[in-house]
Design a protein around this ligand. Structure first.
Ligand SMILES: O=P(O)(O)OC[C@H]1O[C@H](OP(=O)(O)OP(=O)(O)O)[C@H](O)[C@@H]1O
Ligand code: HPA
Ligand SMILES: [Mg+2]
Length: 173
């Protein structure tokens, strides 16, 4: 019987730690793809995870209008009800003609796709890009760089710190 007290991360047992260098490289790779699709009037970051890739992508694409959609759902590794804390501004909405056409939505990843689905409902004609995608969320994304399995937890550099790792073999320290 499944132990419901275990977090998604503990159940998964698979960790995919991403360094700042790796994340920067992956964001640049994402931009190479997006550059073929744009130009975009504005970048919309899904906070908070989308803020870092949005800054890198906007810098590479030369886009200076950056807005946010503030959505919260995960309390560490447990997903709760989605809450839109803030929508895009009236100026950005106007740039996207009300449906998001010509806007680029950026997030760090799609997992179950719940967040992406909600954003797509708000801006159906926007282009949705993420750096990483898990299989359940993948159909919601227009452009992404790396697919990771559903049972993997991605650890982003802003959520982690360097620490001692004990040797694999007992007593080898
Ligand atoms: O596809 P889903 O299952 O909806 O999960 C993906 C979303 O979850 C994380 O955000 P979170 O809600 O944890 O907030 P944060 O970006 O502020 O960390 C991540 O940054 C995505 O936005
Ligand atoms: O794998 C993940 N890593 C970090 N945050 C997340 N939010 C949903 N899935 C993930
Ligand atoms: Mg997020």
């Amino acid at each position: 019987m499944a132990d419901k007290t275990l977090s998604a991360e503990e159940r998964a047992g698979r960790a995919f730690p991403v360094s700042w260098d790796q994340f920067h490289r992956d964001c640049r790779a994402l931009t190479w793809r997006l550059n073929e699709i744009g130009p975009f009037h504005a970048v919309v970051a899904i906070t908070r995870g989308g803020l870092v890739p949005a800054a890198i992508v906007a810098r590479e694409l030369g886009v200076r209008v950056i807005d946010t959609i503030c959505i919260a759902s995960y309390d560490h590794t447990k997903q709760g009800e989605l809450q839109v804390l803030k929508g895009i501004s009236a100026d950005t909405a106007q740039l996207g003609g009300g449906t998001g056409k010509g806007l680029l939505i950026v997030d760090d990843l799609v997992d179950t796709g719940k967040t992406g689905r909600m954003v797509r409902e708000i801006l159906p004609d926007a282009h949705f890009a993420t750096v990483y995608a898990k299989p359940k969320g993948r159909p919601l994304v227009d452009t992404f760089i790396t697919e990771v399995s559903q049972d993997t937890w991605i650890f982003f550099p802003w959520d982690t710190a360097l620490s001692f790792a004990p040797p694999l073999r007992d007593g080898a320290a």
